[in-house]
Design a protein. Structure first.
Ligand code: NAD
Length: 296
């Protein structure tokens, strides 16, 4: 079993780190919030006082940070992982960030004699807890294979998408589908309510018909049909609307720079921006149904 460093113990990172410990790995962890580190230490991890502290004796380091800015801060510059990790260390960034930053940081890591892959995830907090995440991976084949057993302890699928940044490209395309489909499912429930159609009846029918999708069957935006969905706990996240907006903006930025036309993706970003600006930011992204109902 490996000694692994882990940075970023939030909604996703904490359960992912826990699963690595369950698989028998020895973990050294860091988060800017001490209580988050403390919780993992109570379960058997060792605390580091700085990001560089997790590199001590580590064969691999996993990061699960909010966005590109934090990834640059943790990996780059003085005292960053690229400067402090021992040659040959495998760096695995599971955060969802822009493709350009992912490529830039991976290039710096490789120049510094380290291995590095981008490995963003799909599956949400439920998938992180149950170790059933899907990892979309970008990087050299040999490095992806090196990471595979580590990722397998946290997920059910590890799929190589291509070279550095390809995992992030796959992730933003996937999440553009998710943002658009969540809005579609919310609009369908809002319409059903107006038509006097019962939530459960719509769920039972659409989940066995052509409207079936993850936003409906795993993350239903109304309470009842899927007991584990955030709708059953007043839309506590989960995956915040702020994070969804971040991913939709990343998709729009990528569409602009590559010349792709993504009209529904653009509209979904506008709706999530409005929701975030109207106090929705820390709410689960499925909570946008409240705004959709309110606009009627
Ligand atoms: P989060 O905000 O709950 O966790 C991020 C953690 O990083 C926090 O604990 C924060 O304190 C820590 N952090 C921030 N800056 C840091 C720094 N400089 N050094 C060390 N720690 C730092 O976010 P999350 O929901 O766990 O999401 C993490 C990433 O995973 C994001 O990129 C998100 O887009 C992606 N993601 C989230 C979900 C989800 O359902 N929450 C699903 C798929 C992907």
């Amino acid at each position: 079993m490996a000694r692994i460093g882990f940075i970023g113990l939030g909604n996703m990172g904490a359960p992912m780190a826990r699963n690595l410990m369950r698989a028998g790995h020895e973990l050294r962890v860091f988060d800017v919030f001490l209580d988050r580190t403390g919780r993992l230490v109570a379960e058997g991890a060792t605390a580091a006082e700085t990001p560089a502290g997790v590199t001590e004796g580590a064969e691999a380091i996993v990061t699960m940070l909010p966005a590109g800015r934090e990834v640059r801060a943790v990996y780059g510059g003085q005292g960053g992982l690229i400067e402090t990790a021992a040659p040959g260390t495998l760096l695995i960034d599971c955060s969802t960030i822009d493709v350009a930053t992912a490529r830039e940081v991976a290039a710096l890591a490789h120049e510094g004699g380290l291995a590095m892959i981008d490995a963003p995830v799909s599956g949400g907090v439920g998938g992180a807890e149950a170790a059933t995440l899907t990892f979309m991976v970008g990087g050299p084949e040999a490095e992806v294979e090196r990471a595979r057993p580590i990722l397998a302890a946290m997920g059910k699928a590890v799929i190589r998408a291509g070279e550095a940044g390809a995992g992030q490209a796959a992730k933003i395309c996937n999440n553009m589908i998710l943002g658009v489909s969540m809005i579609a499912v919310c609009e369908a429930f809002a319409l059903a309510e107006k038509l006097g159609l019962d939530h459960q009846a719509l769920f039972d029918i659409a989940s066995k018909s052509s409207g079936q999708c993850w936003s409906l069957t795993s993350y239903c935006p109304v309470p009842g049909p899927v007991p584990a969905s955030p709708a059953n706990r007043d839309y506590a996240p989960g995956f915040t609307a702020q994070m969804m907006l971040k991913d939709l903006d990343l998709a729009q930025e990528a569409a602009r720079s590559s010349g792709a036309e993504t009209e529904l993706g653009r509209h979904a970003a506008e709706l999530y921006r409005r929701f975030v600006e109207c106090n929705g930011s820390g709410t689960d992204f499925s909570g946008i149904i409240r705004m959709i109902r309110g606009r009627a």
